[in-house]
Design a protein around this ligand. Structure first.
Ligand SMILES: [Zn+2]
Ligand SMILES: [Zn+2]
Length: 142
């Protein structure tokens, strides 16, 4: 729950993975919907009370799951996706990050299946159970 920096021009980064090193690092700090900051004063952070605690918890979990899937897939050797709206799309800022779907596109799903091996139907059934358990309604529908 702290900012990470990868290089001098970075304001902050949510996650980085060194696939050849087998190391990933993540920050969930900027995923908190009650956190307010402007693009000019990104370091001047304010916590607002405008988000219901249950919504806040669900949104942080949803955003964190997306980041973990994205970075773990990098660790497994998957690159950024240029084919579809996909959890493996690259993102340059938070709005872009938040817009990305939690799911993999068919191309990356197949790559992941080849790398780690799973039954696609079972995977999605388990994902629906997880989403329902954690009140991630948009993901259940998507
Ligand atoms: Zn990436
Ligand atoms: Zn993809």
């Amino acid at each position: 729950m702290s900012d990470l920096y990868g290089d001098d021009p970075d304001l902050f980064v949510a996650g980085m993975a060194g696939g050849n090193l087998g190391v990933g690092i993540f920050s969930f700090y900027r995923y908190d919907p009650s956190l307010s900051f402007s693009t000019e004063d990104w370091f001047d952070v304010e916590h607002l009370d405008n988000v219901a605690p249950s919504d806040r918890k669900t949104l942080i979990l949803q955003r964190s799951c997306k980041l973990l899937v994205h970075e773990i897939n990098h660790l497994l050797g998957l690159d950024h996706c240029i084919f579809y709206d996909c959890c493996m799309n690259g993102s340059g800022h938070l709005e872009e990050d938040f817009r990305q779907p939690i799911h993999l596109c068919p191309v990356d799903l197949r790559k992941l299946q080849t790398l780690v091996g799973f039954d696609v139907l079972t995977r999605y059934q388990q994902l629906v159970e997880f989403y329902e358990k954690h009140n991630m309604e948009d993901e259940v529908d998507g």
